[in-house]
Structure formats: C-alpha cells, structure tokens
Ligand binder design. Structure first.
Ligand SMILES: [Zn+2]
Length: 145
C-alpha cells in the first residue's frame, strides 16, 4: 500500500481512500498544507531531526522541508534549482546516482556535507526514488552518528 510522506512536516499518510493519487491535481499535505507529497513504496519513519529535500530527475532541488536549515544552514532559496549533491557538497554522491539510475532506495548511507558556513558535517542519508512519471528522488538527511 503506498505511503505518502510530507517532506516538510514529515507527516505520513496511507492512501486508504485513493485520494492522494487521484487525478492530476497537485496533492497537498493535510497537516501543514505543503504543496507536495512524496510517495513511498514502503513505510519510513524519519527521526525528528531529519530534514528532507525533494529533487527532480536531474537531482535539482524542487522542495525543501523543515529541519534542513537546522542541519545545513541553507534556506530553501539557497537550494531550489541546484544540484543537491553539489549544493550540499555531499562527499559520496554514489548512492544518489544509484537511486536515480536503478530506482532503488538507499538507507543509512553515511556521508559528509558542507554547511553554508563551510563547516563539514557528518550526516546519514536515506534516499528514495520517486515512482511517478517525472522521476526524482527524496533525500532525507539526518545528523551523523
Ligand atoms: Zn506537511
């Protein structure tokens, strides 16, 4: 059963009534009204400190959720339209390429990013492919262990 997650407030909703995926109308988070829900094939429970970034099929940032600023120092306007691996200076972009090319999720990948202040920071990445026709990817960043 498809699960939808809001990249902003991380509220999960299960598509019980078929409402989320119905028609071509843009879906909206019922909890925070964020204009974007990401469909997951399997359920996922992000940590409270996790921040999520939604990318298009070319890895360009489409949407930035709550918590990303706290982790990276980047605000939405700093990231939108940029290549996510480049913008955050992700040390190992390999898993991102895997998600895009093979449509498989990658969980618990350790990497380093560089914050807006230029400080290296360890993070854990959970990466999910988009299942709609447009492709794309959800990047969930959590503080490193
Ligand atoms: Zn929401």
């Amino acid at each position: 059963m498809p699960v939808f997650i809001c990249p902003n407030c991380k509220e999960r909703s299960i598509d019980l009534d078929g409402r989320e995926g119905f028609g071509t109308q843009a879906v909206q988070c019922r909890s925070c009204a964020f204009g974007f829900l990401f469909q997951l094939l399997e359920d996922y429970y992000p940590a409270p400190s996790t921040g999520m970034v939604v990318c298009d099929a070319e890895s360009r940032v489409l949407a930035v959720g709550r918590g990303v600023f706290e982790l990276t120092g980047f605000r939405e306007g700093d990231l939108i339209g940029r290549d996510v691996a480049e913008a955050l200076a992700i040390s190992d972009p390999g898993p991102l390429a895997l998600v895009r090319e093979w449509g498989v999720r990658q969980l618990g990948k350790s990497a380093a990013i560089t914050t807006r202040a230029g400080i290296p920071k360890d993070v854990v990445l959970d990466l999910f492919p988009a299942y709609d026709d447009d492709g794309g990817m959800l990047v969930a960043l959590s503080p490193g262990r």
